[in-house]
Write a protein that binds this ligand. Structure first.
Ligand code: PLP
Length: 350
């Protein structure tokens, strides 16, 4: 990326500099396509997954839109009239409810279910969702932001129509993403103007960012194995906390999850207070989803799981890096236990 930032050339120009930039963009497109098992014309580069989600959800011509209750805000806000498909207390989309909702009304529909949830990490049964949707003639959109780069993701095997990706969730630059589209399915156009991205997304390409996305996609595909080790570390973190405080709620903990995510409640201490405590110990964690932190409302994801408001407000999302190590786990667990003991003392005094 640094090298490319120093180069001139608009990927739409036909002179040599432009053609060199075009090669960089198309090379990256192949790498991103390979990561999710599609051919490169199916990849439309965007400014991120927020844009990709908005493109599909806000512009669909389907009269009915159904979204899972635990979708990212960029899906929920783009489809304010969508019908909400409930999730189980473990954080998995309720397939029977989806089927019943589709049975009840046979207007053409679009169904949006994410692959891995960003707050609790649960892996959604997207292939089953797609099978149900197809039986009802519905299109399927999948926000695969959190799963891609952590588990193998195969667009064709999932049998879906649209997928959103975000470069920065797999080690690439912020402000880059892609919409993946099934061959033959028309792509709604959100950003209009020039003819870039085969008229599917106007605007001069962010060549350096796209190159970074391509490099990250290639590295992520090669590095999937690292997450087996991360899962062992995450499980160790959770079991050490539970060894000290057996009743600790870990949301989605009994469902299949991506390896790096753990959403842990600390009854008696707000997530904000915990965040400060962890920060002082040099540990960066988030309350709810980082994108919406700062908002006072409890997480809509935990509410959908049926978690009470007070408990939800004490939940912290821990994300382990691909290179996490035993020392980090040790430090986290020690800090968590210290904070938990403080919460216990405070409760006893009150
Ligand atoms: N979808 C999910 C599940 C996310 O976690 C995020 C960001 O955290 C997004 C979409 C938005 O992606 P971007 O930051 O690329 O707009």
């Amino acid at each position: 990326m640094m090298e490319i930032l120093g180069q001139v050339g608009n990927a739409s120009s036909i002179h040599a500099f432009g053609r060199a930039a075009r090669r960089i963009v198309e090379d990256a497109r192949e790498r991103v396509a390979a990561l999710v098992g599609v051919s490169s014309p199916q990849v439309v580069f965007t400014s991120g997954a927020t844009e990709a989600n908005n493109t599909v959800l806000a512009l669909t011509d389907r009269p009915r839109v159904l979204v899972s209750a635990i979708e990212h805000d960029s899906v929920l806000a783009a489809a304010p009239d969508a019908e909400i498909v409930p999730v189980t207390p473990e954080g998995l989309v309720d397939l029977a409810a989806l089927e019943a909702m589709l049975d009840a009304d046979n207007r053409p529909s679009l169904v949006a279910v994410m692959l891995a949830n960003n707050e609790i990490g649960t892996l959604q049964p997207v292939a089953e969702v797609a099978a149900i949707a197809k039986r009802h003639g519905a299109l399927v959109h999948c926000d695969a932001v959190q799963a891609t780069g952590k588990i193998p993701v195969d667009f064709v095997a999932l049998d879906i129509d649209f997928m959103s990706l975000s470069a920065h969730k797999l080690g690439g630059p912020q402000g880059n993403g892609a919409l993946i589209v099934r061959e033959g399915v028309p792509v709604p156009t959100l950003i209009r103007g020039g003819g870039q991205e085969k008229r599917r997304r106007a605007g001069t390409e962010n060549v350096a960012g796209i190159a970074g996305f391509g490099a990250a996609a290639e590295a992520a595909a090669a590095g999937l194995g690292a997450y087996n080790r991360v899962a062992v570390l995450r499980d160790a973190l959770e079991s050490r906390i539970r060894a000290a405080f057996p009743e600790t709620p870990i949301f989605g903990g009994c469902a299949p999850r991506i390896a790096n995510t753990s959403c842990i409640a600390m009854p008696g201490m707000s997530a904000e207070t915990q965040l400060m405590g962890f920060d002082l110990a040099g540990i960066a964690v988030s309350s709810g989803s980082a994108c919406s932190s700062g908002k006072v409302a409890a997480s809509h994801v935990l509410a959908a799981l049926g978690v009470g408001r007070d408990l939800a407000k004490s939940a912290v999302r821990v994300s382990l890096g691909w290179d996490a190590d035993e020392g980090q786990i040790e430090r986290f667990v020690e800090t968590w236990i210290t904070l938990r003991q403080k919460a216990e003392r405070r409760t006893a005094v009150a």
